[in-house]
Design a binder for this molecule. Structure first.
Ligand SMILES: [Zn+2]
Length: 486
């Protein structure tokens, strides 16, 4: 480990990048925030952006990253490979940012300002804990298959669900203090999808917007809070699927902010050194899409054939079904009517119950087939979309940048992918650094990165995916090797 201590300097700055369109409803501003670190020999820029993704989807084009880094390299002499750009993955649909040229200019200005204001700092790092606001959206079914909790799909029947996917409740924290002990910056890394703040899908920085506000207010001294999105590929907020309550973004943000501060408060700061490694690897594109589609078409065929004609329609089904649920033993009438019928040897009520139960069961089977059919249709079109992306590339692999930054005892490892929890935990748990933080959604965007073992189990992330299962091994190996070298 480097012993060249007592030389780290840091600078901070931020710029607003929210759309200026007056017809767009904006709850809170979106920012590009810059933390610049300088050890006297090299500089590293950590840029946290309230955007959906760095290219690929959302407002920023595939050219954005190169354009921004190119300008930073040319005018400020910080190499592209030392510039980490993380997307918070905030989701409102439509245009949420100002024009791309504006975003580049504002972000560049923030880097420049941070560079002009470098001051000596001490660094601390460690972890906070927050398990009240997020959930893994991958459900395991009795069949061993996966089903993803999404707005676009129904949930599976309750009795089919046997498990919920893994959760990483760690908040990775870096404390950056001036030499007089006052705070300059707080970096926090947590995994959570930032999906729509309200039914109107207004523009918002969402949960970290709230959390950063609380943190910055508490830190004072002009300090900035930097949210770096983690392995949120399969992580959503706990209230996501609850249509009957207003969204609790503010409560989630407050919990995240306060849990971060609680851990930050106990952190000691030291002199720290700085290392950075960036490697571009080739990840295999998937070739199994035609086969997956064929399997889904087969399932679709079986389900279609399973649909039975039924004498009920929804209007007659619902009251009949409710009566059966209200009292399964006496669905059609009061219990005394059944007792009386028994007494006089009349078995008609019981026989009628058998008939109506048969009718509702049949209708329910049709409904479940319909729900699954809708999901299959959705899956097929998503798979076709990714087949088209891969076809258009004309390549069997895709370039992915993996960056490792070590700041004292703390390591950030990046991926241009919506990494899933299991992949991230594997890397974090094997790292020699206790403070190892997965910074996903960084320096590019290539959709979801599920564990190889998920591909045969179905679920949303293996569908919204252009990588072959072998990607996990290639990426994990690289990430671990970079961490070793740092
Ligand atoms: Zn996502």
């Amino acid at each position: 480990m480097n012993t060249n201590t007592n030389s780290l300097r840091a600078g901070i700055a931020r710029r607003e990048i929210t759309t200026q369109d007056k017809d767009t409803n904006v709850i809170d501003p979106l920012y590009a925030k810059v933390l610049l670190l300088d050890d006297g020999k090299k500089q590293v820029a950590i840029i946290a952006m309230d955007v959906l993704a760095i290219g690929g989807i959302g407002d920023l084009s595939d050219d954005f990253l190169d354009a921004l880094r190119g300008r930073i390299e040319k005018e400020l002499h910080i190499p592209a490979s030392h510039v980490l750009v993380n997307a918070s993955h905030t989701h409102p649909p439509g245009k949420i940012l100002c024009d791309e040229e504006e975003v580049i200019k504002s972000t560049f200005d923030a880097v420049n300002e941070a560079l002009q204001n470098l001051i000596p700092v001490k660094i601390g790092s460690g972890a906070g804990y927050e398990d009240r606001i997020s959930i893994n959206r991958t459900l395991t079914l009795k069949s061993g298959k996966h089903w993803t909790i999404r707005h676009a799909n129904p949930c599976p029947p309750d009795e089919e669900v046997v498990g919920v996917g893994p959760l990483d409740p760690e908040i990775g924290i870096i404390r950056v203090d001036r030499l007089d002990g006052t705070p300059l910056a707080l970096v926090y890394n947590f995994a959570i999808h930032l999906l729509f703040p309200n039914p109107q899908s207004s523009v918002s920085a969402m949960i970290p917007g709230v959390a950063s506000g609380i943190i910055e207010e508490h830190l004072g001294n002009g300090a900035l809070a930097f949210f770096l999105q983690g392995a949120a590929g399969d992580i959503i907020d706990v209230g996501f699927k609850d249509f009957e309550k207003p969204r609790e973004i503010k409560i989630y943000g407050e919990r995240l902010g306060l849990s971060t501060l609680a851990a930050w408060n106990k952190m000691e700061t030291h002199d720290a050194d700085l290392q950075v490694i960036s490697e571009t690897i080739r990840l295999p594109r998937r070739t199994d899409i035609p086969q997956r589609i064929e399997e889904l078409l087969q399932e679709q065929k079986v389900l279609l054939q399973s649909l039975q004609s039924t004498s009920l329609n929804f209007r007659s089904f619902l009251p009949m079904y409710l009566k059966q649920q209200l009292n399964p033993d006496f669905p059609a009438d009061y219990s005394y009517a059944y007792l009386q019928a028994e007494k006089i040897g009349n078995d008609t009520p019981r026989e009628m119950d058998k008939v109506t139960q048969g009718l509702t069961s049949k209708y329910l089977r049709n409904i479940r087939a319909m729900e699954r059919l809708a999901l299959i249709q959705d899956d097929i079109s998503t798979l076709r979309k990714h087949q088209a992306i891969n076809d258009e590339s004309g390549e069997e692999t895709i370039a992915a940048e993996v960056m490792g930054v070590r700041i004292g005892e703390c390591v950030l490892i990046t991926a241009p992918i919506e990494i899933l929890t299991e992949v991230s935990l594997n890397i974090k748990n094997s790292s020699p650094y206790k403070s190892t933080f997965m910074v996903a959604f960084t320096n590019g965007y290539m959709h979801y990165g599920p564990p190889a073992s998920y591909y045969d189990k179905g679920g949303y992330e293996v569908t919204e995916c252009l990588l072959a299962p072998e990607w996990e091994e290639v990426y994990t190996k690289t990430a671990k090797a970079i961490i070793e070298k740092l």
